[in-house]
Design a protein around this ligand. Structure first.
Ligand code: F0G
Length: 465
């Protein structure tokens, strides 16, 4: 009966690659997971990866490289100075990001360290569209005070805005009026704001930010870690950029800024590496001098030649429209599944991760009993899926008062590595999240029993209450 044949209502897309090498992962028993979690003090950062089934701790350094990148690794020139791979990397950054001068670093925080020490004086203020952990810490260690100037909606997991990472220009101008432009070395602008749920900034917002900063003579330093993902959102959500290649959007975005710090471990599809890019020759001169103190010579900055080659090739792959569409598309696939089952997540769905709203999973657990830390633990117990707390533990303590910082967002991040997991893995994750959500009311919070001084979320230990 061909007339009544049931036909699919969809036409699917698939990743623009096929698998050539596989790495086994291990399923564990509930008993094994109880033990592993206990040994790790309920902190997913302290677990052994062997005890993890699907690892969504981070998208940092966890990407699968292509055959083209692996082939490039064989061409590593491991000369101490002037490695040919450095020049390939420099050319790729100049071509795709458009900055003039490049200083390689071992990863993003190496670049943040150099930038902060060069530009921030004690007593300065550094405004930014929401903090990032390592970025803010380097600003504080240099004597600066980070000031959050992201739009209010970024702190509301339910607010639906296409560009929820935007800078609130009124907040920024009020700060400039209050402390004076000479106390603001630069605006720290993040592309797709990690802590807000991977939310992008709009091109118009960055353009207006440029105009405002020009009026006061203030620099803009971009955190370009996930700027390609941001460029993709601009292509999808801004009428003016429909059909414009992501590579062109990325270039325009960067052109409004004076330089960037970069963790190549994200967008650039490598396992290690980063850089600092600058347009000002005098600043470049200083950075190139500082890098030899903290990272390595200015033509390797802590990376091997093969690492630099892999990154040069990764950058080229990362800006291809079919790559970035599949990358963000997989995150959206997981998110749409969860939304269909009314699981509370941050909306709109971000570029690199799904953020579970732990406050709505566990309304009965107060923030000083760490709801998000608890949720990450429960998810691991249910299925061996590893995630990351992004709430009160990550926010740390206020250096002035010593109290916990209580962020409005109490989240668990399910971060999707690039080109690593399949749609079936995403289904397993979604079903496990649903099971944990269903258990909600019965779950108890945690108590912190060990707290390190810096970036405590990495090494703190907890016990069940
Ligand atoms: N900026 C952003 C927005 C980041 O997400 C990270 C790292 C860094 C800077 C620092 O870069 O790790 O290479 O030193 N984020 C990782 C994450 C750790 O899991 O989100 P790095």
């Amino acid at each position: 009966m061909p007339e009544t044949r049931k036909r699919p209502t969809r036409r699917s897309w698939a990743e623009p690659w096929k698998v050539k090498v596989v790495e086994p992962v291990r399923w564990t028993s509930r008993e094994q997971r109880e033990r592993a979690l206990d040994d790790a003090g309920f902190n997913t950062f302290l677990m052994r990866s062997e005890d993890v089934y699907i690892d969504l701790l981070t998208d940092s350094g966890t990407s699968a490289m292509s055959d083209y990148q692996w082939a490039g690794m064989m061409l590593g020139d491991e000369s101490y100075a002037g490695s040919r791979n450095f020049y390939h990397l420099e050319a790729a950054i100049q071509k795709y990001y458009g900055y003039r001068y490049i200083v390689p670093t071992h990863q993003g925080r190496g670049a943040e360290h150099i930038l902060s020490r060069m530009l921030i004086k004690p007593g300065d203020f550094v405004p930014g569209n929401m903090y990032f952990t390592t970025t803010r810490l380097h600003q504080e260690l240099a004597g600066g005070t980070f000031v959050d100037v992201v739009i209010d909606e970024a702190h509301d997991p339910r607010a639906w805005l296409p560009f929820k990472g935007n800078v609130d220009l009124n907040k920024l101008e009020a700060l400039i009026e209050k402390v004076g432009a000479d106390k603001i070395p630069y605006v720290s602008l993040a592309a797709t704001v990690n802590m807000a749920g991977g939310q992008p900034v709009s091109m118009q917002n960055v353009r207006e930010l440029r105009a405002l900063c020009d009026r006061y003579g203030i620099r803009i330093m971009l955190d370009a870690t996930r700027a390609v993902e941001n460029a993709y959102f601009i292509q999808q959500r801004d009428e003016d950029y429909r059909g414009v290649p992501v590579a062109a959007i990325l270039q325009e975005l960067c052109s409004y800024t004076d330089g960037c710090t970069m963790s190549g471990k994200k967008d650039s599809l490598v396992n290690i590496g980063g850089w600092l890019a600058l347009n000002d020759p005098a600043l470049f001169d200083e950075a190139r001098n500082m890098v030899v103190v903290y990272e390595g010579l200015h033509t390797y900055g802590g990376m091997s030649g093969r690492d630099m080659e892999a990154m040069a090739r990764g950058i080229e792959e990362s800006v291809q429209d079919d790559h970035i569409r599949a990358r963000v598309g997989q995150v959206e696939y997981l998110g749409m599944n969860l939304l269909e089952w009314s699981i509370p997540i941050v909306e709109p769905i971000g570029g690199h991760a799904i953020y579970l709203d732990a406050a709505r999973f566990y309304p009965h657990i107060p923030q000083d009993q760490f709801p998000a830390q608890t949720l990450a633990a429960e998810l691991y117990l249910d299925s061996g899926v590893r995630s990351m707390e992004r709430g009160v533990v990550s926010a740390g303590r206020d250096p002035a008062t010593g109290d916990h910082r209580y962020p409005k967002l109490e989240l668990v991040r399910l971060t999707i590595p690039r080109r690593v997991y399949t749609q079936a893995h995403m289904d397993v994750v979604a079903e496990s999240v649903d099971a944990v959500f269903e258990e909600g009311k019965k779950t108890r919070g945690l108590r912190m029993v060990y707290e390190p001084k810096y970036l405590r979320f990495f090494q703190a230990r907890f016990e069940r209450l």
